[in-house]
Design a protein around this ligand. Sequence first.
Ligand code: URA
Ligand code: SF4
Length: 258
Amino acid sequence: MIPRKRTVKPTDSAADFIPPRPTLSKLRAAAKGCRGCHLYKLGTQTVFGEGPAHARVMVVGEQPGDAEDKAGRPFVGPSGKLLDRAFEEGGIDRDDVYVTNAVKHFKWAKDARSERRIHKTPNAGEIRACFPWLEAEIALVKPEVIVCLGATAAKALLGRTFSVMKSRGVAVKSEWAPAVFATVHPSAVLRAPREDRARAEAQFIADMKKVGRYIAKAKPAAQRAAKRTAAPARRFSAWPTTAARSPTSRASTQSSRK
Ligand code: URA
Ligand code: SF4
């Protein structure tokens, strides 16, 4: 008999793996063994968030890409390089930023013609299953500002009807943080057709400058208030269970993420 790779049935939610009285390091350690959805079988490893424990800014991407999956760290590939440049131009200190993703495993499919792993957009069920990690990260870091990169992160935190295109670069008050900004995903900038690339990058950087200005203006008292109020008490509701199985047709619009 051919020995099969041992797999464990996914539980449907990362909540089953959150340790009691979590700290960021306890969470990171526990996330390594997460079997909250089937993606644990696809990705090489869990890619947990990274950054100062009380960063003022939390940046939420979609999911690790190929480079992140191999390195085990978020935003170390081409998207991360562009992101770092945008922080710099936006006047955002990298030491003020915690970076993470809505989904912590790399979802991919093999390219038919090469050995390349092609990024696949996570669906609503996967985002919902993984959300407890993000929720716990937000509750511990208590950022003053959250920046959602792309539709997956924005919809996870701001609701399924939120449109990045309509509301990019605008501070939205939410239960997660005093201000949540959404902008495009850096990989969308990198994939833009050559004639649109410069404009896409300039808009992305302009959005980060808005975040930078917001942070620069935030008063110490407001910062303290933010820390008291930002911790979310509820469980997942941006992606309600009843709607979780509805089609996420966005999936078809974002392939081949870098
Ligand atoms: N894209 C993401 O959304 N997250 C990463 O960590 C890397 C690329
Ligand atoms: Fe767990 Fe999230 Fe990985 Fe699914 S994607 S196994 S919920 S860490």
